[in-house]
Design a protein around this ligand. Structure first.
Ligand SMILES: *Cc1c(COP(=O)(O)O)cnc(C)c1O
Length: 223
């Protein structure tokens, strides 16, 4: 099946209200263009260098989502053009995003990443950290940043009950933060769900899913 066919089938399967981020990491510019030509504009990458290269080669109306763990010293490379940084997982990173956004005279949209999985390897704030940090995040110190929601990754095992529990927890936090909607924060996107668990995520009120292998086929990591 071609990428175009897969894309059309997948779009039919999910509710229209769900924001679909096509995760194009390791995939070629040609593959991305094939989907872009289906009028799809949202793509996600998680390596800075790869993202910058693709940004330069591809149409400028693509909305690039940075979805992985972002090192502070690399923010400067994506700050001029990134549409949404999905994995903001530390204060240090927020400080750097603020600095670079100011330098480029733009507001940078961010999602706060929450650690919901049982695995240590996944990044993110705890609920307590978010609650404690929120007044500072919403202060003038971060006036070049707009928080548009939350992102989380569930435990990477086939345990539906556990995944569901983790997504439930994140959705509840999302809803409780919604009450704080204001100038600097708008809980618009709840980014949860990947190829393996997007159905559970949608049932648990996700409105943004990040799908790679189901759309582009399995990834080949060559190095
Ligand atoms: C790679 C990746 C995805 C997509 O994974 P698939 O299983 O291929 O759909 C989603 N989110 C993040 C953060 C990723 O790194």
């Amino acid at each position: 099946m071609s990428i175009k066919e897969r894309y059309i089938l997948f779009k039919k399967e999910i509710p229209e209200s769900i924001h679909l981020i096509a995760v194009s990491k390791t995939k070629s510019v040609e593959d991305i263009l094939e989907m872009y030509n289906c009028n799809h504009k949202d793509f996600g990458e998680n390596y800075v260098q790869e993202l910058v290269t693709k940004y330069e080669l591809l149409p400028k109306d693509i909305r690039w989502h940075f979805i992985g763990h972002l090192q502070s010293n690399k923010v400067k490379f994506i700050a001029p053009f990134v549409y949404l940084i999905q994995g903001v997982d530390s204060l240090k990173l927020l400080i750097e995003i603020q600095k670079q956004a100011k330098k480029h005279n733009r507001i940078i949209n961010c999602l706060l990443q929450i650690h919901i999985a049982k695995e240590e390897s996944k990044f993110g704030f705890s609920k307590e950290e978010i609650v404690n940090l929120l007044p500072r995040i919403l202060s003038d110190e971060f006036n070049q940043i707009k928080i548009l929601g939350l992102m989380g990754m569930a435990t990477n095992i086939e345990n539906e009950r556990l995944i569901r529990e983790e997504y439930k927890f994140l959705a509840e936090l999302f809803l409780s933060l919604k009450e704080k909607d204001g100038e600097r924060i708008a809980m618009k996107y709840l980014s949860m769900g990947m190829s393996g668990d997007y159905k559970i995520a949608i049932q648990e009120r996700s409105n943004m899913i990040r799908i790679g292998s189901l759309l582009f086929g399995e990834r080949n990591y060559k190095n």
